[in-house]
Unconditional design. Structure first.
Length: 228
């Protein structure tokens, strides 16, 4: 199936606007949507941007690079949304992403801080926190946040806030506790942005103080398999 055939721009626009209305009702203007276009083609970006979305999120470096070339080629200059990189970030990918990414949400170790400081001075970043303690999950431990923040500030980066992912099992109590913990740490560090909440738990995240929610399937529908 072609990229064009699997993108229903009208459905995407309708779902995005319904989501935006609900978000405003629950969180007001403080909560903003990052539309996660992982595995969806450049046409999906164009559809959600046309519906009024100004932020998209991507998880994979090469997919973003390839997709962004297609989006830039087929859309008017100045129409591009703000790009948030939300996936696991490898230091060796920073250089290739530096001209595309506006906000780096998944900074979780000093090697990435060092590379961003070298390749993208002044970059806007969020520090990713593993608030659930799950093994193999992205994010630094809560006790490492202050040290990582200090290294980032010393490196000339702009630390805007924290990012986290809820527990893999989706347990409501564990999810709420994780979100509440990250919001409390952000407040203690006087960081304004809190990125937490996805399609299945964004309402809980908003209730616990999220300012950025990362939503994909609730906007774009069933996610196609990754082919890159």
């Amino acid at each position: 199936m072609s990229d064009e055939a699997r993108v229903d721009a009208t459905a995407i626009a309708d779902r995005y606007r319904e989501l935006a209305d609900e978000v405003r009702g629950l969180g007001g203007e403080r909560v903003r949507i990052v539309a996660v276009t992982k595995t969806f083609p450049a046409e999906a970006i164009a559809a959600v941007v046309a519906a009024g979305c100004v932020r998209i999120g991507e998880n994979y470096a090469q997919e973003l690079i390839d997709k962004w070339e297609g989006f830039s080629r087929t859309n008017e200059p100045g129409s591009a949304p703000e790009v948030h990189f939300i996936g696991g970030l490898q230091s060796n990918k920073v250089r290739s992403l530096a001209s595309i990414v506006d906000v780096w949400q998944s900074v979780d170790r000093e090697s990435v801080v060092t590379e961003l400081s070298r390749r993208r001075p002044g970059a806007r970043i969020l520090l990713q926190v593993n608030a659930t303690g799950e093994t193999g999950k992205g994010g630094c431990r809560t006790e490492q946040i202050e040290g990582l923040m200090s290294a980032a500030v010393s490196g000339g980066l702009t630390v805007e806030g924290l990012m986290t992912v809820g527990p893999t099992d989706g347990d409501p109590e564990r999810t709420r506790n994780a979100f509440r913990s990250v919001a409390r740490i952000a407040a203690d560090l006087d960081l304004p942005e809190i990125s937490m909440g996805m399609s299945g738990d964004w309402r809980m995240a908003v209730a616990e103080g999220s300012t950025l929610i990362r939503v994909g399937s609730a906007i774009f529908g069933e996610r196609p398999p990754r082919t890159l």
